[in-house]
Design a protein around this ligand. Sequence first.
Ligand code: ADP
Ligand code: MG
Length: 254
Amino acid sequence: MSTSTVKVSVSALAKSFDKLEVLRDVNLEVSSGEVVVILGPSGSGKTTLLRSLNFLEQPDSGCIRVCDQQIDVRSGIALSRQDRQAITRLRQKTAMVFQSFNLFPHKTALENVTEGLISVRKVTKEVAHDRGMALLKQVGLQDKAGSYPAKLSGGQKQRVAIARGLAMDPEVIFFDEPTSALDPELRDEVLTVMRDLAKAGMTMIVVTHELRFAREVADRVVFMEGGVVVANQSPEVFFNANSSPRIQQFLSKY
Ligand code: ADP
Ligand code: MG
C-alpha cells in the first residue's frame, strides 16, 4: 500500500483512564475511499479510538497519521507546538458525526450546515447559502432548510449533522454510532445517506451496531474487545460461519 493512498494510520496506540487500560497496542490502516466498520461490545474502546484519531481524546502513546498529518505521542512527553499545529490541520480535514447529533438548537438546519463555512472558512453568506442548500439536498432535506432542530425528527437531525460535516469538505469522516439514538424506522434514511457517501468514494470509519450496513457497505470489519483489535478482515470473512467462536458469540446476540 503506497503512503499516498493511506488516509488513516494508527500504530501502537495506547490509552488509559487512570488505571483502566482502554486501548492497547491498536494498529489500523485505512486507505483512501475505504469504509471500515468497527464492531465490538460496549466498553471495548471504540469511541475512545475514534476520538483519539482527531485528538478529542489524547492518547498516552502511539503514532497517528491522518491525511498526511502525523503526530507521535510519547508517554509522559507533552505535545510540541508542531504537534498541535498538525492536530489543527488534521481536524480541518476530518469530520465527526456523533450519536447525539450535537446541532445548535437556536440555528436552523441551513444555519447549522453553513456555520463552519462562515465562521471558520470565511466564505460569503451567499456562497455558504448555496453550498448549504446543495448539501441539504444531498441528504434529502432541502425543504427543511428553515426548520429548527426541535422541529426535526432524529433521522433528519442526523442528516443535518452529516451535511454540516460535509460542508467542511473532509477527506475522512468518523461516525460514532450515528443511528443508535434513532428509532428503527428512522435509521434507514441515515444509513442511505452514508451508503451514498461510501459509493461516492468517501473514506469512512464507522462505529456501529448495524450489522447489515457492515456486511453490505464495509470494505473491512474491525472487531474490538477489551481495548484490543481482535479481528480486522473483509465482511465476507468476518460474517462467515467459520469465523472465530468469539465473533460467532458476538454476532449471535443480534
Ligand atoms: P465503547 O465506545 O466501545 O463502548 P469507550 O471507548 O466509550 O467504549 O469506553 C471504553 C472504556 O473506557 C469503558 O470502560 C469506559 O467506561 C471507559 N471510559 C471512556 N471514557 C472515559 C473517561 N473520560 N474517563 C474514564 N473512563 C472512561
Ligand atoms: Mg462508544
